[in-house]
Design a protein around this ligand. Structure first.
Ligand code: SAH
Length: 257
């Protein structure tokens, strides 16, 4: 019989799946004890018609600022629903200060990237257009909706910021050089696990076709930029972004014990 492996879990994990019994919802309205929340039609439909929640049913709410709150259904109308907020269940989380600047890829892959990066704990998502970026348009509202859904599901209390796309040159010009720029360079760099250090970080990953030589030179010349390698294989753009982010969380973010 194989010896049983001793489990050494340093971080008490609150399983995100299967879902906790209470539905969890993001609302724009600032929350506080005793607050009344009028849901929009889509949210009312989801709770009333999909989850069939009745008056008195409990749920969890977060507003992206003030942590998480226990609430109850106070009133159910045909196309509306009102909730009453009872008490705070946890304070707002402190998300590691890591931003992901990525060249958007095809729509379904970008959606996937935004969902997974939110789950992994990214603080800010920054679409960057490069010479070989081929996507037509990034729909910010759609990406925000995807991030909200991911945050609801994974227990986040703070949403990632999502920026309008910026050209690479502007990103490099306007960035604060005190934030380390970790440039995922498939042509080689420091192995990521050793390169990432706690502190303000921006991870930059390229499009399917990679960065051009000019772009690579410009990124490498930026102050406080560090080229990093994600190993010997060429990863797809969205895989590279998520692999880098997961490694950051493990060695410099909040996955450490
Ligand atoms: N230039 C390549 C593919 C680019 S992969 C080609 O067309 O053959 C897309 C992006 O993922 C790259 O720009 C880089 O930022 C990142 N990437 C992929 N594999 C990587 C690796 N092994 N190390 C570092 N970054 C990588």
């Amino acid at each position: 019989m194989a010896p049983r492996r001793r489990r050494r879990i340093a971080i008490p994990a609150v399983p995100a799946w299967p879902p906790r019994s209470l539905p969890r919802l993001y609302v724009r309205q600032p929350l506080g004890e005793g607050a009344r929340v009028e849901l929009d039609a889509a949210q009312a439909n989801y709770l009333g018609n999909v989850l069939r929640m009745k008056e008195g049913a409990g749920l969890l709410l977060f507003d992206g600022r003030s942590g998480e709150w226990q609430a109850r259904v106070a009133e159910v109308g045909k196309k509306r629903m009102a909730l009453s907020v009872e008490r705070r269940t946890c304070e707002a989380e402190a998300i590691p200060d890591v931003w992901l600047a990525f060249a958007p890829v095809k729509r379904s892959q970008t959606d996937w990237l935004v969902e997974k990066a939110t789950e992994l704990g990214v603080a800010r998502l920054m679409p960057v257009t490069t010479q070989r970026t081929v996507v037509e348009r990034v729909k910010l509202e759609r990406l925000q909706a995807i991030a909200i859904e991911a945050a609801e599901q994974c227990g986040r209390t703070v949403l990632p910021g999502i920026d309008e796309p910026v050209p690479l040159a502007r990103l490099l010009e306007q960035r604060d050089p005190s934030r380390t720029l970790y440039f995922a360079d498939e042509a080689g760099g420091e192995p990521v696990a050793g390169a990432f250090k706690p502190g303000a970080a921006m991870i930059l990953t390229g499009p399917e076709g990679g960065f051009t030589d000019d772009e690579r030179a410009a990124i490498r010349a930026a102050s406080n930029a560090m080229p990093v390698s994600l190993g010997p294989r060429i990863l797809r753009a969205e895989t590279a972004a998520l692999a880098a982010l997961a490694t950051y969380m493990a060695v410099a973010g909040d996955w450490r014990g």
